[in-house]
Design a protein around this ligand. Sequence first.
Ligand SMILES: NC(=O)c1ccc[n+]([C@@H]2O[C@H](COP(=O)([O-])OP(=O)(O)OC[C@H]3O[C@@H](n4cnc5c(N)ncnc54)[C@H](OP(=O)(O)O)[C@@H]3O)[C@@H](O)[C@H]2O)c1
Length: 217
Amino acid sequence: MRVVIAGGHGKIALLLERILAERGDQAVALIRNPAQVADVQQAGAKAVVCDLEAASAEQVAVLLAGADAVVFAAGAGAGSGVPRKDSVDRGASVLMADAAQRAGVRRFVQISSMGAGQPPQPGRGEVWAAYITAKTAAEDDLRSRDLDWTIVRPGGLTDAAATGRVRLAAPPVPRGTIARADVAAVIAALLDEPGTRHQTLELTGGNSPVAAAVRST
Ligand SMILES: NC(=O)c1ccc[n+]([C@@H]2O[C@H](COP(=O)([O-])OP(=O)(O)OC[C@H]3O[C@@H](n4cnc5c(N)ncnc54)[C@H](OP(=O)(O)O)[C@@H]3O)[C@@H](O)[C@H]2O)c1
């Protein structure tokens, strides 16, 4: 399977690239900073430089030719302000979905966030509100498209080691945290399970082995 990962130098993305390489799949990492090429290659992926806040859907569609799936793992990240929540967390996801349709790549797994799909909690500040608004808009855009999409909303991310056990279900799942390594394992399993298309799933640490959690959604 050839999987194009938007935000290919992200923490989850690099973990996912290792999993895909180990099982014999080919990951293509879209990155905007050429200095990250070596890290991506070390993770077993092919690096392609593409700034998702500057590229057109036509340009990205060319990069998606021959792919079997797209994973949206980009994010403006901590420290970014309101404009980049919109240009990356919403805009880059819309761009990738548009490009996937143009290229005829039907499978699309989007990393969203718990909290999306509801109005932002008051009192958490304008950047948080912009982030949740952007994630919600990205989800809504993806649901409106004729693609085999799956939306994954992880809880708070940690850099702890993988546990191999998660809670994955339709909303609402009680708030919780999850290791990025477990999120990567769930995404890899979802790519193998097209029956999970057209589902919005929330994800935290839990008790179910990843494969069983994905099968039972
Ligand atoms: N933090 C949390 O607790 C939490 C909870 C739930 C969901 N999430 C979401 O989970 C996703 C993945 O998380 P993560 O921790 O793996 O993210 P991360 O390490 O911050 O990675 C995000 C990646 O997106 C890339 N990116 C940003 N703008 C780009 C652009 N214009 N073109 C190409 N790539 C671009 C970044 O590249 P650069 O190095 O070039 O900036 C970075 O490699 C994010 O969407 C995040 O919002 C986070």
